[in-house]
Design a protein around this ligand. Structure first.
Ligand code: A2P
Length: 323
């Protein structure tokens, strides 16, 4: 799937990116998965400091480029993200350089603030954990992201990232940022799948020329929500896939692409890495049928409030439980 979009600053971004968050986290898993992905044709890798595997991603990129001289560094779009404990100005700049060292690159294509939550650090390499077992929140930097964002603008100016953006930002947070940002965020990476279509936020982003990127586009296949139904179990979605001779994942990826944003499927299984990259077209009727499944749903799989001790979406919690 070679589809691309253009970000607000003219940077080209491949529409399907490969998520590198390795749930197993075992040594070598990320290296192997990224190698399969690059060999399959993925040219967009979605990384993060938090995934603790940027070294392996970097090794896989290096080895792939060596083995494939016709592919250049500039053919691969690499994104990584700064974690919550490094939101202070100097720490953001330290973090991007540390990620670049691990990725063995001299620039990333996209650098994101991973969460709109700032926490105290316990040395550069670790967030500080409080007596309650949760992050120690820095209230000032969490309520106003100007300091963090000005460091993002600085590293953008210096060419350490070709584009900058945010992740898990809400509309009010984007509105606040628009007031002080000299460089508006080019991307907002958020959870999107048919159980969390996030339509209002997606449309808001489009209206501001901010490209949404969908994480967990497959609805976190292995997680069982409190509602009891996983996206993977939904009858209508499975029927659409079977009828067309496609996998459910292919339908979910095609739905995201047709809605116009970047989709970031992840897998550590070579067969699934490959089949996820095979593009399929959704007919108008099937697209509408998926939209219908999604209508009115708002079920979030990823909410780190138990880890962070801070809820980005407090107004949603009750809705999730009763959904
Ligand atoms: P695996 O690595 O065994 O393929 P999400 O990005 O929505 O959180 O989903 C990621 C999960 O979906 C991973 O656990 C991954 O498991 C699984 N997955 C990825 N591709 C497919 C697929 N084509 N069919 C079923 N499960 C998939």
């Amino acid at each position: 799937n070679g589809k691309t979009y253009t970000l607000s600053n003219g940077v080209t971004i491949p529409a399907v990116g490969f998520g590198t968050f390795a749930s197993e986290g075992s040594k070598g898993e990320t290296y192997n998965a990224v190698t399969v992905a690059l060999n399959t044709g993925y040219r967009h890798l979605d990384c993060a400091w938090y995934y603790l595997n940027e070294d392996e991603v970097g090794d896989a990129i290096q080895d792939f480029l060596k083995a494939n001289p016709s592919v250049k560094r500039s053919d691969i779009f690499v994104c990584t993200k700064v974690w919550n404990h490094l939101h202070r100005y100097d720490d953001v700049l330290w973090s991007v350089k540390d990620s670049l060292k691990r990725l063995k690159l001299d620039y990333v294509d996209l650098y994101l603030v991973h969460w709109p939550i700032a926490a105290e650090k316990d040395g550069q390499d670790k967030p500080k954990i409080g007596p309650d077992g949760k992050y120690v929140i820095l209230k000032d930097l969490t309520e106003n992201h100007q300091e963090t964002w000005s460091a993002m603008e600085k590293l953008y100016e210096e060419g350490l990232a070709k584009a900058i953006g945010v992740s898990n930002w809400t509309i009010p947070q984007l509105e606040q940022m628009a007031k002080f940002a000299k460089v508006q965020p080019q991307v907002n990476q958020i959870e999107i799948h048919p159980f969390l279509p996030n339509t209002e936020l997606v449309n808001y982003c489009f209206s501001k020329n901010i490209m949404p990127q969908a994480y967990s586009p497959l609805g976190s296949q292995n997680q069982v929500p409190t509602t009891g139904e996983r996206v993977a179990d939904n009858k209508t979605l499975n029927e659409i896939a079977e009828k067309g001779g496609n996998t459910l994942a292919q339908v979910l990826i095609a739905w995201g692409l047709r809605r116009g944003y970047v989709v970031l499927p992840k897998s550590s299984n070579p067969k699934r890495i490959e089949s996820n990259f095979k593009s399929i077209e959704l007919s108008d009727a099937d697209f509408e049928a998926v939209n219908k499944v999604a209508e009115g749903r708002h079920f979030r799989f990823v909410n780190m409030k138990d880890t962070f001790g801070y809820d980005v979406w407090p107004e949603e919690t009750a809705a999730n439980i009763s959904a």
